[in-house]
Design a protein around this ligand. Structure first.
Ligand SMILES: Cc1cc2nc3c(=O)[nH]c(=O)nc-3n(C[C@H](O)[C@H](O)[C@H](O)COP(=O)(O)OP(=O)(O)OC[C@H]3O[C@@H](n4cnc5c(N)ncnc54)[C@H](O)[C@@H]3O)c2cc1C
Ligand SMILES: NC(=O)c1ccc[n+]([C@@H]2O[C@H](COP(=O)([O-])OP(=O)(O)OC[C@H]3O[C@@H](n4cnc5c(N)ncnc54)[C@H](OP(=O)(O)O)[C@@H]3O)[C@@H](O)[C@H]2O)c1
Length: 535
């Protein structure tokens, strides 16, 4: 519903002009935009939801109102109530279509219900909540006859390709050589972001800009040894034909503690401790600390409980790969691949926690080491087919990664289209990633416009969407010329806020009501002129 007063329709192109009705209406909007100076109007919640709703999946009525990564799982499940099992399974997933599971959310749920995928724990952003819900829903599937997995659905398009060419899927990674890392932040930054280089010449992998790179990282040895000590075990104990230490380093996830570990602990203890472990295993939170319990914290919480190493390993989840947007172009530097990685480190209580893959890339591999990797093909995140099409790229923080790749690619291929980058981060002095390179691209003319937003330079937060609003008139002109828009980075807040800014700009400078602007942005999405790579 439109809560705003719609801007008046301005008739600039006379009805006698030699244009069709559609052309006249578009031109009126375009010129009205150039002449307008009204302040941007905020979006209502309904309008925001309408914009954010992704493409409808196949299934019951083809709608997927839960397909919004900002909704909590309880709301998503409510929206899917009464729908076929596959649709409810989709709603249980994190809705990011991030590809980490090897599918998008719709295809993963379809693969489970058609029984071509048995693993219920692949949704990394959904974490334990998603895995628990999928397990509960899977019980319904198990009760259904095997011959009728889902009444409404076609067979799944892309099951994980175990036999695929090496390096083309998470199920068949290939080794690539780590070359180097360099810190992108300068002194004074609160961030630790690394430019990472790989050499692909040994494995022969290639990629196109927009693709992501999957990394199989290993756990920190010191952390593993502390866990072995808590178990009271020897690191040479043989488990699965390897030493316990080897298995803990490279085969199992040590964060967060899975429900099955608490179930195991409940079997080997008694009394109040047993009750507590059982409650945690059911997803309850008896002491208000469940969210902070990684595997080590779980062992410390139940100190003295010492499961057998074999049972312990059995209770843990397999180590999952992590995806990173590729920040280089194979056309520009064949056989080379770069990433832009923000390092995850945080403290809980007295212990420093390490993000698995980001700290692996930041400190646990050395030049010349081989790492298991794969290229995750982008679905719906690519440069326009016509190299003349202008592009607007909005990527704060590590969201710049694929846009560096786009720019390097357009330079290498001589694409004549105009390029506009919105980059933002905390501080101009220390967080301007690739600053020299981007300024040089601007000087050379490759980067037509570079718009920057520093959130912590001033008293008030200033974000990329604030800069977009400031230059809304020009942005609308680019849109009217047929530009494609790309958003990359944080899925939870930034992507939503940037889309809202885009709607406001279309409404204000395109002389449309907010509802019309919502429809306009929705249409950009449908036509592939608004693409996102968010995580
Ligand atoms: C398609 C795609 C592209 C991506 N591209 C990039 C990219 O270009 N660059 C990039 O840096 N990342 C990118 N990511 C994110 C990346 O895949 C990883 O999720 C990220 O690096 C963290 O992984 P990790 O293994 O280091 O941390 P993990 O071991 O997975 O730990 C992360 C978890 O730690 C917890 N956590 C983190 N911070 C805190 C805190 N302060 N307090 C409490 N808990 C916390 C959260 O539960 C979080 O989920 C991308 C993701 C996708 C899906
Ligand atoms: N799963 C993980 O653990 C993990 C690991 C790494 C990254 N990520 C995700 O990836 C994102 C990118 O991380 P990053 O280090 O590159 O940068 P970031 O933390 O997203 O910050 C980049 C810039 O965006 C600003 N920002 C914050 N909220 C915003 C909003 N609503 N709209 C627009 N800009 C906003 C930040 O400002 P302020 O900070 O000053 O507000 C900062 O200037 C993270 O936010 C996170 O969601 C996740």
């Amino acid at each position: 519903m439109n809560q705003m007063t719609p801007p008046p329709k301005i008739e600039i192109i006379p009805s006698s002009a030699p244009f069709s009705e559609a052309q006249r209406s578009w031109l009126n909007g375009f010129f009205a935009g150039l002449l307008s100076s009204d302040a941007p109007a905020p979006l209502s919640a309904e309008q925001g939801a309408a914009v954010l709703q992704g493409p409808a999946g196949e299934g019951d009525d083809g709608e997927a109102p839960w397909h919004d990564q900002t909704l909590p799982i309880s709301d998503r499940m409510k929206l899917a109530e009464g729908r076929p099992l596959q649709r409810r399974m989709m709603a249980a997933m994190a809705q990011q279509d991030c590809g980490q599971c090897g599918y998008n959310c719709n295809d993963y749920s379809q693969a489970i219900t058609t029984r071509t995928e048995a693993r219920l724990n692949l949704c990394v952003p959904g974490g334990k909540e998603t895995a628990r819900m999928l397990k509960a829903l899977h019980e319904e599937l198990e009760k259904a006859p095997a011959s009728s997995p889902s009444p409404t659905l076609a067979p799944v398009a892309a099951a994980p390709a175990v036999t695929a060419e090496p390096g083309r899927s998470r199920d068949n990674p290939t080794p690539a050589t780590f070359v180097s890392r360099s810190l992108l932040n300068k002194a004074g930054s609160e961030k630790e972001t690394w430019h990472i280089d790989f050499d692909l010449s040994g494995c022969g992998l290639d990629y196109v800009v927009g693709d992501s790179f999957g990394i199989f990282a290993s756990n920190d040895v010191g952390h593993v040894d502390q866990i072995i000590a808590l178990l009271g075990a020897s690191h040479t104990t043989v488990v699965r034909g390897k030493t316990l230490r080897e298995v803990l380093i490279s085969e199992v996830s040590l964060a967060p503690a899975p429900d099955s570990l608490f179930e195991l602990i409940s079997f080997v203890t008694g009394g109040a401790l047993r009750e507590k472990a059982r409650a945690l295993g059911r997803g309850e939170d008896p002491d208000g600390d469940a969210a902070t319990l990684d595997v080590m914290a779980a062992l410390q919480k139940f100190s003295g409980v010492r499961p057998h190493p074999e049972a312990f390993v059995e209770a843990l989840e397999p180590l999952q790969p992590r995806l990173y947007s590729i920040s280089s172009s194979h056309n520009a530097t064949p056989g080379k691949l770069s990433l832009t990685v923000d390092c995850v480190r945080y403290v809980v209580g007295k212990r420093r926690r390490l993000g698995l893959a980001s700290t692996f890339l930041a400190e646990r591999i050395n030049p010349g080491d081989e790492v298991k990797v794969y290229v995750q093909k982008a679905h719906g995140f690519a440069l326009p087919q016509d190299p003349r099409t202008p592009i607007i790229m909005i990527g704060p923080g590590t969201g710049i990664a694929p846009f560096r790749a786009f720019l390097l690619d357009r330079k290498a291929t001589g694409a004549p289209g105009k390029n506009w980058l919105f980059f933002g981060h905390q501080r101009s002095g220390c967080d301007f990633f690739y600053g020299d390179e981007l300024n040089a691209m601007k000087t050379s003319g490759l980067l037509t416009r570079l718009s920057l937003a520093w959130s912590r330079d001033g008293q008030k937060k200033f974000y990329v969407q604030d800069r977009m609003r400031e230059v809304g008139r020009e942005l609308w002109t680019w849109l009217a010329e047929g530009a494609s828009v790309y958003i990359c980075g944080d899925a939870k807040r930034m992507a939503k806020d940037v889309e809202r800014a885009l709607v406001d700009i279309v409404a204000q400078f395109g002389a449309r009501t907010t509802d019309e602007a919502v429809a306009f942005v929705g249409e950009l999405k449908k036509k592939g002129r608004l693409q996102q790579d968010v995580y």
